[in-house]
Design a protein around this ligand. Structure first.
Ligand SMILES: NC(=O)c1ccc[n+]([C@@H]2O[C@H](COP(=O)([O-])OP(=O)(O)OC[C@H]3O[C@@H](n4cnc5c(N)ncnc54)[C@H](O)[C@@H]3O)[C@@H](O)[C@H]2O)c1
Length: 240
């Protein structure tokens, strides 16, 4: 891995994880992608010419084995996340347990397994993926928004617990990815665009650019922060 800094991105096969990998690689980082979607992972790693490994972050042993074989780690991007929007009267406990398992325990497994490597780096950081949903209290989200509130709490807690490793989170708003494309079909996109102060839906690189900044030396005094990347939506909705 040479002198280059090394980042691991969970859920890196597509969407925001893939875009963050692109951005870090163009900043000169070595990147390893992990994901449970092997086929997509293989294609994405080939396109980016980077390392990859099939790892389900809910599988603690697989996560430990992955981090054990890494020679160096300077940044961990806890990006893998899932959502199962459901009304409370029709909620599936099994589905919502999986949301907690991936979004909270998956993140915990990765941080715990990566800790020794991050502590050995002269300057390391963690970026967690929260969501605008953690602060906007939308209906029918099952435990997704609650899982991201937990991520925000853990981000601040770990910033204290793990210093000098910096721990920050990004909270994307409405970003068009493979995972969210269903939400932007037909008129839905236009309606959403009208609600967003900057007048457009976000693109993955809007988030990736901020992730790149947060792991860089330019952010060496940024710690314990949640940065929303939402085109201003958390400030309100413009009247149009
Ligand atoms: N796109 C948005 O608008 C948006 C908004 C707010 C927050 N987020 C958060 O950003 C992150 C990425 O979102 P996205 O839109 O790119 O999602 P996506 O569904 O397009 O991609 C998520 C990736 O995570 C992988 N993954 C899922 N479970 C996994 C597991 N157990 N182990 C390993 N990999 C797993 C998937 O295979 C997929 O490749 C998520 O944490 C999501 O909650 C996204």
């Amino acid at each position: 891995m040479g002198e280059k800094k090394h980042a691991v991105i969970t859920g890196g096969a597509q969407g925001l994880g893939y875009s963050s990998a692109e951005s870090l690689i163009s900043d000169g980082w070595n990147v390893s992608l992990i994901d449970l979607n092997t086929e997509k992972l293989r294609q994405s790693a080939a396109a980016l010419d980077c390392e990859y490994s099939t790892v389900d972050i809910t599988d603690v042993e697989a996560v430990n084995n992955f981090f054990l074989q890494l020679p160096r780690l300077d940044a961990l991007i806890n990006n893998a996340g899932i959502w199962k929007p459901q009304r409370l009267d029709a909620i599936s406990i099994t589905d919502q347990k999986l949301v907690i398992d991936v979004n909270i325990f998956g993140t915990l497994h990765c941080v715990k397994a990566a800790l020794k490597l991050l502590q050995s780096s002269p300057s390391s950081s963690i970026v967690n993926l929260s969501s605008l949903a953690a602060m906007t209290n939308s209906p029918n989200l099952g435990l997704y928004a609650a899982s991201k509130s937990a991520i925000e709490t853990l981000t601040r807690q770990w910033a204290l617990e793990l210093a000098p490793i910096r721990v920050n989170a990004v909270g994307p708003g409405l970003i068009l990815t493979e995972g969210t494309s269903e939400n932007y079909k037909g008129q839905a996109r236009e309606m959403r665009e009208k609600a967003i102060p900057v007048g457009r839906v976000g693109e993955p690189n809007d988030v990736a650019d901020v992730v790149s900044f947060l792991v860089s030396d330019a952010a060496s005094y940024v710690n314990g922060q949640i940065i929303y990347i939402d085109g201003g939506l958390s400030a309100g909705t413009p009247q149009r």
